[in-house]
Design a protein around this ligand. Structure first.
Ligand SMILES: *[C@@H]1O[C@H](CO)[C@@H](O)[C@H](O)[C@H]1NC(C)=O
Ligand SMILES: *[C@@H]1O[C@H](CO)[C@@H](O)[C@H](O)[C@H]1NC(C)=O
Ligand SMILES: *[C@@H]1O[C@H](CO)[C@@H](O)[C@H](O)[C@H]1NC(C)=O
Ligand SMILES: *[C@@H]1O[C@H](CO)[C@@H](O)[C@H](O)[C@H]1NC(C)=O
Ligand SMILES: *[C@@H]1O[C@H](CO)[C@@H](O)[C@H](O)[C@H]1NC(C)=O
Ligand SMILES: *[C@@H]1O[C@H](CO)[C@@H](O)[C@H](O)[C@H]1NC(C)=O
Ligand SMILES: *[C@@H]1O[C@H](CO)[C@@H](O)[C@H](O)[C@H]1NC(C)=O
Ligand SMILES: *[C@@H]1O[C@H](CO)[C@@H](O)[C@H](O)[C@H]1NC(C)=O
Ligand SMILES: *[C@@H]1O[C@H](CO)[C@@H](O)[C@H](O)[C@H]1NC(C)=O
Ligand SMILES: *[C@@H]1O[C@H](CO)[C@@H](O)[C@H](O)[C@H]1NC(C)=O
Ligand SMILES: [Ca+2]
Length: 589
């Protein structure tokens, strides 16, 4: 079956062969014919009988952070299963959304997960279809597209499901892209035409992206990687640090107090980027110039609320819980500020060595939220399951969603937890291999972004990895030359005011990089290097307006009363983003 586009290219047969429509190709018979042979994939068996196909017409997606509004697109939804030879009862599900033949642009897009999920449960698939790419998601072999790793991670208390662990770590994405690319080529009868391969994901999905770039240099032409949950050994334990500071210092601030401290921080640091817009574009200058003690004595008030909050389990949005909080009315205390300052300083061992970093000032203190006890009338420790589940399930190997207490846990215990997870999962979830030479030599391109006010994965985590890659690959070059060489194919953009993989409610006038896959495609396919990254203001008075993001290590600085954006280098600011992790006796990448 040939399509009009390739017939035109061939220049013959137009009069006799009908152009193929979505209706013609979106059948199980055609999908079965397009399924590659199992022999093409070592160790796998593909199951033609499992194939389903259904056409979807006139779909629309709007208000998405990662691609613009699109109305009225059509696609073919194909699902299939394969299994690993030698594993009993093994079944991995794949789902592909294939654009209508006349809209297909020789592209493949893999999409990743969030929290402990390995996919976005169809939510991310439109992001490729709108750019003429076949989009794919995998279920990792966990039983369904909505089953997440933590649900299948233990075969019994004490026994890791290593197949699931390694599928999540990197194997499932590799297998999906190999199968999906071969399937796409057959489905559209591409012959020897090039299929461009892309990856797009944020958070755990960002980690999954790095897992592929670090291991499989020929798999991708380019990857969009947002706020990656890399350095997982440190990352997940770190969620508990705010709680441990409160527990150690013996002060449990009402959430409104920390919120007020943060609001005052945003207000005080807003102008440091040269534009008074409620957005802190320079948290580095905020670190250098803002004294958090200045918030002491300010009055705060938060109304009583009964909220059904999404329970954040492992960064994931899965279940919800209704909680009632009373009105909070008070003044910011010296104790509250001491707790906030200690949290912002990041985890250090008892003898003062740095073990990890916290979020930037201006990131909300969500991890450190306390809980109201209506019997005692006091605010109490509320251990976040984001960190607690990691310790219970992934370190202690118990089928539990959290730990019960932080009694007897010290800053040294936390450091030991970090080392334990780092060692145990170094080859599978740590995902910080810093030598990307094979990927660079294969011509791959990376656009990496991270919200500057991310309250769930430290912005500095992305900066640190980026700088480690520079040092390992270009350590012989000067800082300027090494940066130039790295930026030639791998760019990092910090997003002013943005939270975790999304714009922030507290800084609503901030931009968000909404057309990044398009920018990556232009870089890969046309050689257009993104010196700055296109972003869009997603809410507020200037909603819809365009705003550029600066490429690291350049930092934004507005001139002419906030009307002209400069991207500048400033050594003092840069130095606030570099860390010496001297709590460890081996390098932390
Ligand atoms: C496509 O959907 C829109 C609403 O989403 C509707 O207004 C329009 O009539 C539909 N078009 C067709 C051809 O079905
Ligand atoms: C895609 O196909 C699967 C399997 O039939 C189905 O569960 C899913 O709902 C379909 N999705 C869409 C958008 O059609
Ligand atoms: C902090 O700012 C946010 C957004 O501007 C606002 O909704 C909230 O009420 C403020 N919190 C406090 C404690 O003032
Ligand atoms: C804030 O106040 C505390 C307690 O008085 C003091 O130890 C600390 O040095 C002060 N911090 C700054 C940055 O001035
Ligand atoms: C909060 O406390 C202040 C004084 O501490 C008082 O004047 C004000 O009325 C209180 N506000 C509310 C809403 O309770
Ligand atoms: C597994 O661990 C959980 C959490 O510690 C415990 O509640 C459960 O009883 C254990 N199950 C078995 C079979 O020991
Ligand atoms: C903490 O340590 C004390 C003293 O060693 C011990 O009595 C207590 O049971 C411990 N608490 C927990 C929760 O382990
Ligand atoms: C750095 O220079 C040394 C000595 O000349 C050489 O062995 C090494 O391969 C170089 N490394 C890089 C990353 O260029
Ligand atoms: C940049 O973003 C604006 C919206 O802010 C959008 O209109 C424009 O198409 C984007 N440009 C590119 C090249 O993606
Ligand atoms: C600077 O910009 C702000 C906000 O747009 C405006 O209110 C103010 O008048 C401007 N100042 C000057 C001197 O133009
Ligand atoms: Ca600003």
């Amino acid at each position: 079956m040939k399509f009009q586009r390739s017939l035109v290219a061939g220049g013959i047969g137009l009069a006799v062969v009908q152009a193929t429509s979505l209706k013609d190709v979106c059948t199980t018979a055609h999908a079965k014919k397009a399924l590659p042979a199992s022999e093409e994939f070592q160790g796998l068996t593909l199951h033609p009988a499992s194939i389903t196909a259904n056409a979807v017409y006139n779909a629309s997606t709007t208000d998405e952070d990662n691609w613009p509004d699109v109305y009225g697109y059509d696609y073919c939804n194909v699902t299939m299963a394969y299994s690993h030879n030698g594993i009993a009862n093994d079944k991995v599900l794949l789902e592909f959304w294939l654009p209508a033949p006349e809209k297909f642009q020789n592209r493949w897009l893999s999409t990743g997960g969030f929290g402990y999920a390995i996919n976005g449960d169809e939510g991310d698939l439109p992001g490729g279809v709108v750019y003429g790419a076949v989009s794919g998601q995998t279920d990792g072999g966990y039983g369904s597209f909505s089953t997440e790793l933590d649900a299948v991670f233990l075969l019994a208390n004490g026994t890791i499901n290593r197949q699931a662990l390694y599928m999540q770590g990197y194997q499932a994405h590799y297998e999906m892209s190999m199968i999906g690319k071969a399937f796409s080529k057959n489905f559209y009868d591409m012959g020897s035409e090039k299929l461009y391969a892309y990856y797009q994901g944020c958070s755990e999905g960002g980690r999954e992206g790095w897992s592929q770039v670090q291991r499989f240099p020929d798999e991708w032409d380019g990857a969009v990687i947002g706020a990656p949950a890399i350095r997982m050994g440190q990352q997940q334990v770190n969620h508990l640090y705010g709680n441990l500071v409160e527990h150690t210092m013996g002060y449990y601030p009402p959430p409104c107090e920390l919120e007020m401290i943060n609001n005052l921080t945003i207000k005080a640091c807003d102008a440091l980027d040269g534009k008074v817009n409620g957005v802190v574009g320079r948290t580095d200058l905020c670190k250098l110039h803002f004294n958090i003690n200045s918030t002491i004595g300010h009055h705060y008030h938060c109304a009583a609320s009964s909220t059904t909050t999404v329970l954040k389990r492992g960064l994931d949005k899965r279940t919800s819980e209704t909680s009632t909080t009373p009105a909070q009315n008070g003044t910011v205390t010296a104790e509250g500020v001491a707790v906030a300052a200690k949290i912002l300083d990041g985890l250090h061992t008892l003898d003062g060595k740095r073990a990890y970093i916290w979020y930037q000032p201006t990131a909300t203190f969500d991890d450190a939220d306390t809980e109201y006890n209506s019997e005692t009338g006091k605010w109490e420790l509320d251990i976040t399951s984001l960190g607690g589940e990691w310790v219970a399930r992934f370190l202690e190997l118990r089928d539990a969603d959290n730990i019960d207490s932080l009694d007897n846990v010290t800053y040294d215990t936390m450091t030991e937890w970090m080392i334990e997870g780092w060692k145990r999962y170094e080859d599978v979830l740590q995902t910080t291999w810093p030598d990307l030479t094979p990927f660079q030599e294969a011509g791959g391109k990376i656009i990496h972004y991270h919200g500057e006010s991310d309250p769930s994965i430290p912005t500095g985590s992305s900066v640190h990895y980026h700088e480690m890659v520079r040092k390992i690959m270009y350590g012989n070059l000067s800082f300027e030359e090494g940066t130039k060489a790295l930026n030639d194919w791998n760019r990092l953009y910090l997003v002013p005011g943005a939270a975790h993989c999304a714009p922030s409610d507290d800084q609503p006038n901030g931009p968000f990089p909404r057309t990044t896959l398009e920018t990556l495609i232009e870089w890969v396919e046309n050689g257009d290097k993104p010196d700055r990254l296109n972003a869009t203001i997603m809410s507020g008075a200037h909603e819809g307006e365009q705003q550029d993001l600066c490429a690291w290590p350049l930092r934004p600085l507005w001139k002419n009363n906030g009307t002209t954006l400069d991207c500048v280098f400033d050594k003092k600011s840069y130095d606030t983003w570099t860390y010496d992790f001297d709590a460890y006796d081996v390098p932390l990448y």
